[in-house]
Write a protein that binds this ligand. Sequence first.
Ligand code: SF4
Length: 75
Amino acid sequence: MITTDNVFSNSDITVTYEPCVCINAERCARELSNVFRNSVIPWIDLDGDSTEKIIRQVKKCPSGALKFNYNNQVA
Ligand code: SF4
């Protein structure tokens, strides 16, 4: 289940994170550390880089723990 603690939005997208799915490969933190920060809470800062780069990084998450939706898309 995704709690509100693991939902992050900027003006374009909403990113969700499922901790029990994450395999802690730390790929996100290593490759886009301005956004995925492992020692700060909240750990995802969607203002840390461009939406385009964040989407690219979310798609690279090997476990599927990170997902995103466009805010203007009807669910
Ligand atoms: S890239 Fe995905 S699996 Fe790896 S640490 Fe980040 S959220 Fe977890």
